[in-house]
Design a protein around this ligand. Structure first.
Ligand SMILES: [Zn+2]
Length: 304
């Protein structure tokens, strides 16, 4: 998300560019991002050529969002939608798109990040009627920075296709993002080598990409199925697993059921680690790099 002052400066620069050349400055591409991580990526790759609006906050469960009229209004004026896909927004984005009736939002202008990478947990038979919200494989792909680099390259190609005049800028931004992240990824992997092979419990099955990347082992989920709250029996079973597997921690976000998390942590003789789900979900996580930094640091630090 762009800071308002940054937005104003971008606008001012655009106006000045128009004055200097004698032709009106081209307006920035208006990106409607479903979640903060996609607005952050659009800013990394689009730079000064995009202006992002983000539909949800970092402290909100992105599976469940109200289809508010203000979101419809934003979609109506958007040039490009950058969302997660893989069913994460199945409960609200289709409704918003249909209400916005913006005819340009189709094909490459509906960029779904999870479609650009290999997904974990794709199951042949998932029963949505039981409340499972991960029927199209695990959607939470942004929690692996290696996948984020792949998605950044794909977004650069999409932006170049829509706005050919700035294609070389988008490719250069993606190359820079990829180089920056690759260097950072090596550092994070080194710092997390001390926790490799350790078991963790998670509240929602939001973390498999992070768990796999860092070489952790997911021993159980507090939710019996993704999106389904746990009952007493399930909580007791997860606590038993936590103790038997000597779990490092129960990982959860700010909006998960903290009482259930604490119960499992206490009965399972482990502790809880709160993690930001996305950019802006904790102090000092305003960029993707700072966000991954915080995830890795909190897991490595553990409960002490
Ligand atoms: Zn989920």
């Amino acid at each position: 998300m762009l800071h308002p002052l940054h937005k104003r400066i971008t606008l001012l620069l655009a106006v000045m560019a128009g004055l200097a050349t004698g032709v009106p400055a081209q307006a920035a591409l208006r990106v409607f991002a479903c979640e903060p991580e996609w607005a952050a990526l659009a800013t990394e790759i689009g730079g000064r050529h995009v202006e992002s609006y983000v539909a949800t906050s970092a402290h909100q469960d992105p599976h469940h969002v109200d289809a508010r009229p203000s979101l419809v209004a934003q979609l109506r004026k958007a040039d490009l939608v950058v969302c997660n896909g893989a069913g994460l927004e199945a409960g609200w984005l289709p409704v918003l798109l249909s209400r916005s009736a913006n005819p340009s939002l189709k094909g490459e202008r509906l960029f779904m990040a999870a479609e650009e990478v290999q997904r974990l947990g794709a199951q042949a038979q998932v029963d949505r009627s039981k409340g499972d919200v991960h029927a199209e494989g695990n959607p939470h792909v942004h929690l692996d920075p290696r996948r984020m680099v792949q998605i950044g390259n794909a977004l650069a190609a999409t932006l170049a296709g829509i706005d050919g005049a700035h294609a070389s800028d988008y490719r250069a931004n993606a190359a820079r993002f990829s180089a920056d992240m690759s260097a950072a990824i090596a550092g994070w992997e080194k710092s997390a080598s001390s926790v490799r092979g350790q078991a963790v419990i998670v509240y929602h099955d939001a973390w498999p990409y992070l768990v796999e990347w860092l070489g952790l082992v997911q021993a159980a989920t507090v939710e019996p199925l993704p999106g389904v709250p746990p009952g007493a029996q399930h909580l007791a079973k997860v606590a038993q697993t936590a103790q038997a597997r000597n779990a490092r921690a129960v990982l959860h976000t700010t909006y998960d059921d903290v009482r259930a998390v604490r119960q499992v942590a206490q009965q399972g003789r482990t502790c809880a680690i709160e993690l930001p789900y996305t950019v802006g979900g904790a102090p000092g996580t305003e960029t993707l790099r700072a966000f991954y930094d915080t995830l890795v640091n909190r897991i490595v630090k553990g409960c002490r």
